[in-house]
Design a protein around this ligand. Structure first.
Ligand SMILES: NC(=O)c1ccc[n+]([C@@H]2O[C@H](COP(=O)([O-])OP(=O)(O)OC[C@H]3O[C@@H](n4cnc5c(N)ncnc54)[C@H](OP(=O)(O)O)[C@@H]3O)[C@@H](O)[C@H]2O)c1
Length: 250
């Protein structure tokens, strides 16, 4: 039996991932998010054994309480998937500091809060699997992603820190970067989103990536790989290529 703690399970990609992971009866799922009601509803949709633990990743004491609650049941967590996220489209014309702080708090600091306690335990037992759901918006600067892009870039960087330090203990660290996925977050966008996919398809991509050993994965392949490729270019070429790619879309 594998115990998987999925943080950000109540909606969107996390919800679809919970349902997909629940198709394997060898998985025991611990489902976390703020909405108790949504988690309870999700639990009824999941085939494998599962448990819900409400937590707010932006609150240190809530995260600590959730971890204590997991420990008190005697469950040894094998895999942690950090899928909690917050997004507000933001351009240089409508900067909102509070929203930026919230994005950084949920998308980056929240991941660090959640992983702080489990990491020493993974090190002690020389095993564990950490999956961070990032975004292709974290590769390089993109329009309309002030705050969000920085938070995801920071999350990718955090994943790199962990990968460098934890591989020696046999701990697998992965960052999986989605392109556009139809959820309540992308419903806020008023621009056309290339290659947008459903949360169910995103969940399938994530499961496949988790079964591989690569540190970083992205999807959907054509769009995400194009962005990855151009993100490797020198600035002058990067901004030129990005301009042509996004022309008429913004
Ligand atoms: N949709 C996309 O196109 C896209 C693209 C790239 C990356 N991503 C990333 O994929 C992840 C999932 O996004 P999504 O589109 O599925 O968004 P979503 O539908 O809004 O789901 C976000 C999840 O995070 C949880 N969450 C938010 N704030 C939280 C908090 N303070 N404490 C605990 N849980 C919290 C939400 O649950 P509660 O509200 O119940 O707390 C929900 O379960 C995010 O990291 C997002 O940045 C999404």
């Amino acid at each position: 039996m594998k115990t998987i703690w999925l943080v950000g399970a109540s909606e969107g990609i996390g919800r679809a991932l919970a349902i997909e992971l629940g198709k394997d009866e060898n998985n025991f799922l611990i489902l976390s998010a703020r909405s108790e009601e949504r988690l309870a509803e999700l639990s009824t949709q999941i085939q494998s054994k599962n448990q819900s633990i409400v937590l707010d990743v932006s609150d240190n004491s809530s995260v600590a309480k959730a971890w204590e609650s997991i420990k008190s049941t005697g469950n040894a967590v094998d895999t942690i998937i950090y899928c909690a996220g917050y997004y507000k489209p933001m351009s240089s014309k409508n900067i909102d500091i509070q929203e930026i702080e919230k994005m950084i708090d949920v998308n980056l600091s929240g991941a660090i809060r959640v992983l702080k306690k489990p990491i020493p335990e993974f090190i002690n037992k020389k095993a564990g699997h950490i999956v961070l759901i990032g975004s292709i918006a974290g590769y390089r600067g993109l329009p309309n992603s002030i705050g969000y892009g920085a938070s995801k870039s920071g999350l990718i960087h955090f994943g790199e820190n962990l990968r460098c330090e934890l591989a020696q203990y046999g701990i697998k660290v992965q960052v999986i970067n989605p392109g556009f996925v139809k959820t309540r977050l992308t419903d806020l966008n008023n621009f056309s989103m290339p290659s947008i996919i459903s949360a169910e398809d995103a969940a399938k991509y994530i499961l496949k990536a988790m079964n591989r050993n690569s540190f970083e994965s992205r999807f959907p392949f054509a769009f995400a790989n194009t962005l990855k490729l151009i993100s490797k270019l020198p600035y002058q070429l990067y901004f030129k290529m990005l301009g042509s790619l996004l022309r008429d879309r913004l």
